[in-house]
Design a protein around this ligand. Structure first.
Ligand code: G
Ligand code: G
Ligand code: NA
Ligand code: MN
Length: 252
């Protein structure tokens, strides 16, 4: 209960912040966007990671407010970078199953994207979003699509019925879960899974992002097999929003 009221204070007093993790186009090497990862800057305890507060927020209504804040604040950061001449980037935000079914979500998206093309925003959803309420989820995806917003299936391959979702829903991007990327050096099976998912995605006209790229070997393997984009500690850690302009200005 104490955590709950602290979290409400955190929302009211703007104690949340975003770290942005770059994604790179593998063919060109160009930075093409960021994934927003929320953190709580606690006045006494310092930086707190989302697994320590999101589950609590998920129990009530606060999670909706947080989700909308991540979208509007994240897009403000993207707008700021563009105005400073640092580049045009796409923002990806994570939405839990409950956040995705927030009845104010679509209006919020449309309000935040008044002065920006909708395809500057991507919603990353996991398969459990679809399991819990697949009709509503499909309708939200369609409305997001109508605004130009793209949808990525996060942690792809770890859920129950990935393939039927690919067939039925307007998913634009597949994010290959890092548990498939990590063992590619030593496991031929993992290499087959990764290359087959890439081929499948391309045949369905979808874009593939590999998560958890941690070694040069991972990177070379993914490039060789035409994976579109990559993200991971080898390329960049998530960057504090306040440090981002400097990091981009320095050109790395
Ligand atoms: O941020 P980290 O680097 O620790 O992320 C841990 C987990 O928290 C990941 O599964 C990530 O998807 C999730 N996460 C990070 N930011 C958000 C957010 O804004 N909303 C939701 N729902 N999950 C998030
Ligand atoms: O569930 P989701 O895919 O949104 O997870 C995002 C989480 O993955 C964040 O906690 C982020 O810090 C973490 N992450 C990002 N890149 C890497 C990586 O290369 N290796 C590992 N182990 N975790 C990563
Ligand atoms: Na994600
Ligand atoms: Mn993931």
């Amino acid at each position: 209960l104490e955590l709950e009221s602290e979290l409400q204070t955190a929302l009211d007093n703007d104690q949340f912040c975003l770290f942005l993790q770059p994604k790179y186009c593998l063919e060109s090497g160009v930075l093409d966007g960021f994934e927003a990862l929320v953190r709580w800057r606690h006045p006494e305890k310092g930086l707190i990671m989302p697994n320590h507060f999101i589950p609590q927020m998920e129990q009530g209504e606060m999670i909706f407010q947080l989700g909308r804040w991540v979208i509007s604040h994240g897009l403000n950061i993207i707008r700021g970078l563009e105005r400073s001449g640092l580049g045009q980037f796409k923002l990806a935000v994570n939405l839990s199953a409950r956040q995705f079914c927030d009845d104010k979500l679509v209006d919020h998206l449309s309000a935040c994207l008044q002065d920006m093309p909708g395809d500057r925003l991507e919603l990353e959803i996991t398969e459990n979003v679809l399991i819990h309420n697949s009709e509503l989820a499909a309708s939200v995806m369609k409305q997001a699509n109508d605004l130009g917003v793209t949808v990525a299936l996060d942690d792809f391959g770890t859920g129950y019925s990935s393939l039927s979702y690919l067939r039925q829903l307007p998913v634009d991007v597949i994010k290959l879960d890092r548990s498939f990327i990590a063992p590619t050096n030593e496991s031929e099976e993992s290499r087959h899974i990764v290359t087959s998912v890439i081929d499948l995605a391309h045949k369905l006209n979808k874009y593939v992002v590999a998560e958890g790229v941690e070694t040069q070997e991972h990177l070379l393997f993914l490039k060789e097999h035409n994976c579109d984009s990559a993200q991971g500690f080898l390329l960049s850690r998530p960057i504090d929003e306040h440090e981002l302009p400097d990091v981009l200005a320095k050109g790395d």
